[in-house]
Design a binder for this molecule. Structure first.
Ligand code: GDP
Ligand code: MG
Length: 301
């Protein structure tokens, strides 16, 4: 078994005092509920700001950030502890390669997670994207097939590049609500969450601005265009998901090797072929035979 290096979370002191205070408060809330370990999994497309978000949460540059795609193809776990509490954050490579969801990347992530328990999934995308397409749905579907639908009960959407000026006449709030609504709709479709079940899968959305040019308030906290400091809000949402009463996702062998929805579909292929043979081909044969017998009776034959 690989030795997992757990360092003291000293970088928490890098945060401005106001942020630190809120973070310590949230951590003690978790400890009061007997949560001593928290494992966060970060997934999404490449280049959306997954690694930057990991660095922002930990408060130091722990994983590599790159403007151009040269990501390490492997997941990385970063562990930090503070007064008996351990925070694990798992950064992963982008799930899309050459315009398709990469099964291979997903497989690597699953194997990396073997015997680990995911308490919270951060599904990362950018706020400043104007459309949601079929590829997004495919990513959600792949995550659902790989980890089970219930992972969405332990998930939140993180929208990076939050310091933007919305186009045209849209207010910031309106832009945010439209972007998150379309992404949430895409997640519900990709994960096959019905309208009736949507309440059971309420997925929170948080805004993030990883840039060093992020605006700050009078307490030196990084703030969103709305004026609210985003790091405490993000960590509070993570805490709420941790304590939401739904089960964390244990990645065991059964989950890794079990047939996913796609493979289960493949089991039906012989049945469909047999159906085609007996019903379609036999019917056509019958028609042809009928035609032949009619032909022989024809007066021109
Ligand atoms: P990943 O591929 O999803 O891990 O994305 P990275 O964290 O490596 O980020 C890709 C690029 O986007 C880098 O150049 C980052 O500096 C930049 N970036 C990430 N998050 C933000 C953000 O919130 N705002 C801005 N302006 N740039 C960001
Ligand atoms: Mg990365």
């Amino acid at each position: 078994m690989a030795v997992q290096l757990v360092r003291e979370w000293t970088a928490i002191q890098q945060f401005p005092a106001a942020t630190q205070e809120k973070l310590v408060d949230l951590l003690s809330k978790l400890k009061n509920q007997n949560v001593n370990t928290l494992t966060i999994l970060v997934m999404g497309k490449g280049g959306v700001g997954k690694s930057s978000t990991v660095n922002s949460i930990v408060g130091e540059r722990v994983v590599t950030v790159s403007a151009f795609q040269s990501e390490t193809p492997r997941p990385v776990i970063v562990s930090r502890s503070r007064s008996g509490f351990t925070l694990n954050i798992i950064d992963t490579p982008g799930l899309v390669e050459g315009g398709y969801v990469s099964d291979q990347v997903l497989e690597t992530i699953k194997r990396f997670l073997l015997n680990k328990t995911i308490d919270v999934l951060l599904y990362v995308d950018r706020l400043d994207a104007y459309r949601v397409d079929n590829l997004d749905k495919q990513i959600v579907k792949a995550i659902t097939d790989g980890f089970g639908k219930d992972i969405w009960q332990k998930s939140m959407v993180v929208l990076t590049h939050a310091q933007l000026s919305p186009p045209d006449l849209l207010s910031y709030e309106e832009f945010f609500s439209r972007r998150s609504e379309s992404l949430l709709k895409c997640i519900r479709q990709g994960a096959r969450i019905s309208k009736m079940d949507a309440q059971n899968y309420a997925i929170p959305v948080a805004l993030v601005e990883n840039s060093g040019r992020c605006n700050k308030n009078e307490y030196d906290e990084k703030i969103l265009p709305t004026g609210s400091p985003w790091i405490p809000t993000l960590v509070r949402t993570i805490t709420e998901i941790t304590l939401n009463g739904k089960k964390s996702i244990l990645v065991d062998r059964k989950l890794i090797e079990g047939p996913n929805a796609n493979d289960r579909g493949k089991l039906f292929i012989p049945v469909i072929l047999a159906f085609q043979y007996f019903f379609v081909i036999k019917t056509i044969e019958k028609w042809i035979n009928k035609d032949i017998s009619r032909d022989t009776k024809s007066p021109w034959g």
